[in-house]
Structures are given as C-alpha cells and as structure tokens.
Design a protein around this ligand. Structure first.
Ligand SMILES: Nc1nc2c(c(=O)[nH]1)N[C@H]1C(S)=C(S)[C@@H](COP(=O)(O)O)O[C@H]1N2
Ligand SMILES: [Mo]
Length: 319
C-alpha cells in the first residue's frame, strides 16, 4: 500500500489549504471564482462543524468537490432527478430526531441522534462511493462504526440480518405523497444487511461529510455508508433499525427483483440487466463534459477487507 510522506500533497490538503486562504483573505464571497467550490460555500450555513478524528487518506483518493456531493443526489423522497434533493430536502426537519433500535436485541433502545453524536467518538472516512447507475464519487464521510451502536443494544443469537428504515412523512417528502414524483417506489424506503456486513468495521452510520453535519439531501441527520456496495444500499435519514432472524425485503429489490439484489456488492463482472457495470463515470472536479471514466474495482476497491464475507456465495446468483 502507498505510504504518505511529507512531500505528498493530497487533494484533501489542497481543499483545506484553499479554504484557509480564502477565509484569511476575507474573501468567502469570491469563492465562486474557484472551480468546484461555488455552491458549497453558499449552502453550508445550515450545517454545523463537527469534532472528529481526521482520516489520513491512505489511498490518496481524489475527493469529489463538496458542491457536487451536496448537489448531485439520489433521494427519491424528494424527486427522481439529481438536482431535486438539493432543491426540496430543506423541508426535512432533522432536529429533534429519534432513532429506534429493536427486534432481536437484548436491550431495545430509542436514541436522540444529536445526543448520540456527542456520545460516540466521530471519525472521518474517505471512501469510494459507486452508484448502481455507473457513476462514482469519493466522499469524506464523518460518523461511527455501526457495530458500536449495535454493541449498545446487544444483538441476540437470532439476529442474522439488520433492517433499516427511512422516515415516513409525506408532508415533508413530496415523493411519498405523489407516486410519480417519488419514482414509483414503495415507502418508507427500507434497506438491509447481513449481520456480518453490519458488524464489519468499514460499515458506518454517517452524520456528516466535509467536516460538517449532513445536508438534508445527503440523508441528515443519520444515514448508512457501506463502501463496497452500490449506492442504493446507503439508506438516508434513518428512523428505525430492526435486527431480524430472516432476510428483510428491501425497497429496490421489491421494485425490480431481477435488477437489484439484496447483496448489491459492487462487481464489475456482473452487469446490470440493462447496462454494464465494468466501468464508471467519475464525478470529480471537471465539468460534465470532461467527466472521465475508470474501470470499476471488485467490491469497489475494498476486496481485501470484505471478500472473505462472500467466499461461499455465487456472486452471479446472489447479486
Ligand atoms: N431514503 C433513501 N435513501 C437513499 C436513496 C433514496 O432514494 N431514498 N437513494 C440511494 C441511492 S440510489 C444513492 S446512489 C445514494 C446517494 O447518496 P448521496 O446523494 O448522498 O450521494 O443514496 C441512497 N439512499
Ligand atoms: Mo444509486
């Protein structure tokens, strides 16, 4: 693995240096002159700074600019096009927010998410993010390992799966009120993991990105991040986690079972029935026309850490 030394200038350093310079010059308003920086500075006001242990970016991944992370989203509760969530999700009231954890656990608990953020130490994780629609980003998430939360509720030995549920609130989520606006999905949005996936140290509950609390369009105040799986597994604005003995039914699998499996591990060798998964459009700092393509990596580049979870599984059948 590539080791960082003092001469390495990571993209992340460039980002923070740039911000420092702009702030020290009192020129935040002039930030729009810098490519890939304009929207972020205007929209970050509602988000609060977080205390967290910083990632070293060991793989020197080039970050997707913040304005694209918060401006190019999938959150069908707020409409199906990529710009809709940033437009409409500010209607979501994210404080106070309770997260219920129940099912196959010794101690069912209801958490106040903002208290939980004080209680569990937060860390940054710079992860690749690969959407099933064959585009990708690199995002500096902030959060804690899901296994830390599960330890508090003490799973029973019947707990084989973990089910996650998004808020159901048609008054603030127009996609839940109007079937077509919401892309025809059945709500609330539900996702699931096996217990082994949920306990894996790469699996995060995220409460922030780029140094601050999550924007509503990214799933504030708390959402799942599983970096070796397609984007749709990364369920947003979670209100309930239920540990189960049987595999849960999940939203996209229910909508189109032949296209979206339960596992949804990033796999360049198994195509989506309607398109190839062998390569991806990188959402980076370039304009939409200069978007580069790169080959997709097995398990999205995390094979070393997670391949063992699937060694007895036929990944064509269990896609
Ligand atoms: N509740 C909910 N969670 C969701 C979605 C959604 O429509 N509703 N879309 C998923 C999809 S398809 C993707 S690619 C990611 C996008 O996350 P981002 O907008 O933060 O990049 O969120 C996932 N989580
Ligand atoms: Mo996605």
């Amino acid at each position: 693995m590539h080791k960082l030394n003092e001469n390495d200038v990571t993209p992340e350093h460039i980002f923070f240096e740039r911000r420092k310079i702009i702030q020290s010059m009192g020129l935040m308003g002039a930030a729009s002159l810098l490519p890939g920086f304009a929207l972020a500075t205007e929209k970050q006001d509602s988000r609060q700074a977080l205390d967290f242990v910083k990632d070293h970016n060991p793989q020197s991944l080039l970050l997707t600019p913040e304005n694209k992370v918060i401006g190019y989203n999938n959150f069908y509760e707020f409409g199906v096009d990529k710009a809709s969530p940033a437009k409409y999700a500010s209607a979501l009231k994210t404080e106070p927010w309770t997260l219920r954890v129940e099912g196959e656990v010794e101690k069912p608990m209801t958490f106040d998410v903002h208290q939980l953020m004080q209680q569990l130490p937060l860390e940054e994780r710079i992860y690749r993010f690969r959407c099933v629609e064959a585009w990708s980003m690199v995002i500096p998430w902030i959060g804690f390992e899901l296994n830390k939360l599960l330890a508090l509720v003490q799973p029973t030995n019947q707990a084989n799966y973990v089910e996650f549920e998004t808020l159901y609130d048609p008054d603030s989520m127009p996609g839940q009120k109007n079937h077509f606006f919401g892309g025809g999905l059945i709500y609330p949005y539900v996702e699931g993991l096996t217990m082994a996936e949920a306990m894996h140290p790469l699996t995060l509950l995220s409460v922030g990105l780029y140094g601050k609390t999550l924007a509503p369009q990214n799933g504030a105040p708390i959402r799942l991040v599983v970096p070796w799986k397609y984007g749709f597994k990364n369920i947003k604005s979670i209100v309930k986690i239920t540990l189960k003995s049987a595999q849960p039914m999940t939203t996209w699998h229910q909508a189109a079972p032949q296209e979206y499996g339960f596992y949804a591990n990033v796999n360049p060798e198994v195509d989506h029935p309607r398109w190839s998964q062998a390569s991806e459009r990188v959402i980076g700092s370039g304009g939409l026309l200069s978007v580069k393509r790169q080959p997709t990596l097995m398990f999205n580049g995390y094979a070393e850490q997670v391949a063992h979870l699937y060694q007895d599984l036929d990944l064509r059948t269990y896609f």
